[in-house]
Design a protein around this ligand. Structure first.
Ligand SMILES: [Zn+2]
Length: 261
């Protein structure tokens, strides 16, 4: 039986498959706190090699059976990578319960499903986004939030619910400042023990050819855990010379007095 992520996710959605904990004592990696194994309802057997994120239900393979019967291990790196980008917290977290139909008796018909698919196609085409965006955990959380609101308040006008771009832009920068303050606080103590370092990288986007410079900090906390976080990513139109890069690095270092390295 060969599956792809979308088939498995659809089967989970329709209740033909369900999530179960990975009780294998050999699987101690942190990813198994977030990822679940998948069982087929009809046979109560595990769907070999597949796992699903309990928060956004993205389905990822960690091993596969080869044609000669041997098992190929993919490892848990892509699961771990997913954990970094999908961290729903507090009320935005969609629980398993909220993923499955909350109103028994109301069937999500195939026709309705087709309309959802058409709407997703329209979103990708009209929005000019990549196909990958459809799997984006942020979009999934957003859609779940909208469904939740709809179930509480009914068929509201989307324009009465969503905020405009100026508000979102302003909030994004507020969020950025909030995150930077958090990072500064986290590393303040570690910097006393000289357990902080940083790196920087330049990237140019393929479409507008704008350059950006990011500044990522790494710190080891009191429990010897290595943490990392991107502190800032800024537009960098200047020439990529050492002098210009140094200027931005110094700026980043001085804007957090705690950021000694
Ligand atoms: Zn997820």
């Amino acid at each position: 039986m060969s599956n792809n992520c979308e088939d498995v996710r659809a089967a989970l959605h329709h209740g033909d498959m369900f999530l179960c904990n990975n009780d294998d004592p050999k699987c101690k990696a942190d990813v198994w706190k977030k990822f679940r194994l998948i069982k087929i309802k009809a046979t109560n057997e595990l769907l070999f090699g597949w796992s699903a994120c309990k928060d956004c239900f993205i389905c990822l393979k960690f091993k596969a059976k080869q044609t000669d019967g041997s098992v190929r291990l993919y490892g848990t790196k892509n699961l771990a990578d997913h954990c970094k980008t999908c961290s729903p917290k507090g009320e935005t977290q969609s629980s398993v319960a909220s993923f499955f139909k909350k109103t028994p008796g109301k069937h999500f018909t195939r026709e309705e499903g087709k309309r959802v698919k058409d709407a997703e196609v329209r979103m990708v085409v009209q929005g000019g986004t990549s196909f990958m965006f459809v799997d984006n955990p942020g979009l999934r959380l957003f859609a779940q939030k909208m469904i939740q609101i709809g179930s509480m308040y009914g068929n509201l006008d989307v324009n009465d619910v969503l905020f405009g771009r100026e508000t979102v832009k302003k909030s994004t920068f507020e969020k950025m400042t909030e995150c930077q303050e958090k990072i500064k606080k986290s590393i303040a103590e570690c910097s006393l023990n000289k357990m902080v370092t940083f790196t920087t990288d330049l990237a140019t986007d393929n479409i507008n050819h704008n350059s950006y410079l990011d500044f990522t900090v790494f710190w080891i906390d009191s429990s010897w855990t290595l943490n990392n976080s991107m502190y800032r990513c800024s537009y960098f139109p200047e020439k990529h010379t050492a002098v210009n890069i140094e200027k931005v690095i110094d700026e980043n270092l001085s804007c957090g007095h705690a950021m000694y390295y």
